[in-house]
Design a binder for this molecule. Structure first.
Ligand SMILES: [Zn+2]
Length: 328
């Protein structure tokens, strides 16, 4: 029997697991990331967590199939390099694979971007259906993505595939749609939770005193502080039938839907699975996304791509590292 070790390394915590070849988890470890102490300290943490997992399960390192590290940033996979991980100090052009390999010279070490891991997690462990080709979107602070083709991650020529958040939706130079990447009009600049909240704040300010009931519940839930309007506040307000919140969410769903139309036209996946905080809004959001997709896909007579919510929540990343270990 061979075993897989997976670590989901976040800016605040590391979740780790060891699983057997059937995908069954033997044990897990959760611990805060020493992100502020610097990249080498986090590397040392990773080494010690791997050691603990082996020790507690009495698995010998020669019985490891591989070790998969999910990281919160941009990577150069073939070089085993982290190009940048903004939440971990010192992980810039950082040779993570080599650092860990030194301690486990005979075990394949794989590094992968966290959204890609989540995509594989949802495919292998999340969805009830047996999909082979999916696109995963995580919509929260930003918009991340992962593309799975024939049950394997599609990485592209430069391991940059899946950066769906930076697909332009609009050729604009409007500062309201300036993206974190520095460009304008990216999918993320329209559809992320942060941008939905920004749009709501701006619109409610424009409405001023003339709004009457429109947006009243949203403002109440934000404690009359417009800057406290978030995707969570909007979601709660919409559940209380606040028309303003419903309009903002439907508008966001429209943008997500247009993003999905582009994905479907390029990849025609069996499903687009959507996770992240914004996906928790639920049916109001998903119904509108599906409606938009139906109205705007012109190249196929009947869209078969299912648009479905993710099911694993914050476990998707960790389970994804195991899925990648199994699929390699
Ligand atoms: Zn961008």
């Amino acid at each position: 029997m061979k075993y897989i070790i997976g670590l989901d390394i976040g800016g605040t915590k590391i979740a780790a697991a060891i699983a057997d070849e059937s995908g069954k988890t033997l044990t897990t470890i959760n611990t805060p990331t020493q992100a502020k102490k610097g990249g080498d300290e986090v590397s040392a943490q990773i080494v010690s967590i791997i050691g603990e997992l082996l020790k507690s399960t009495r698995v010998n390192q020669k019985d490891l199939k591989n070790i998969v590290l999910g990281v919160p940033g941009q990577i150069a996979k073939s070089k085993g390099l982290i190009i940048i991980a903004p939440n971990i100090k010192g992980w810039e052009n950082y040779p993570l694979q080599a650092k860990i390999q030194k301690h486990y010279p005979n075990v394949p070490i794989i590094i992968e971007n966290d959204a890609n891991c989540a995509a594989m997690g949802e495919l292998y462990f999340g969805s009830e259906k047996e999909f082979k080709n999916i696109v995963f979107l995580t919509i929260s602070t930003g918009v991340g993505g992962g593309i799975v083709v024939d049950k394997k991650l599609y990485s592209g020529a430069n391991t940059m595939a899946g950066e769906i958040g930076h697909m332009p939706l609009n050729l604009t130079n409007d500062n309201d749609y300036k993206c974190g990447c520095g460009r304008f009009g990216c999918f993320e600049a329209y559809a992320s939770g942060v941008n939905m909240a920004k749009r709501a704040t701006k619109r409610i300010t424009e409405l001023g005193a003339a709004k009457d009931e429109y947006g009243k519940i949203t403002l109440e839930l934000a404690e009359s502080n417009k800057s406290k309007i978030s995707s969570i506040v909007l979601s709660q307000a919409a559940k209380q039938n606040d028309k303003f919140a419903i309009d903002i969410i439907k508008e966001n769903a429209y943008y997500i839907g247009i993003g999905c139309v582009n994905i479907i036209n390029v990849l025609d996946p069996e499903a687009i699975i959507i996770g992240g905080g914004v996906s928790n809004i639920g049916d109001l959001l998903f119904d509108e996304i599906r409606k938009t997709v139906k109205e705007h896909t012109s190249m196929v007579s009947e869209v078969k791509t299912e648009i479905i919510p993710a099911t694993l929540g914050s476990d998707a990343g960790l389970l994804g590292t195991i899925a990648i270990g199994l699929s390699e």
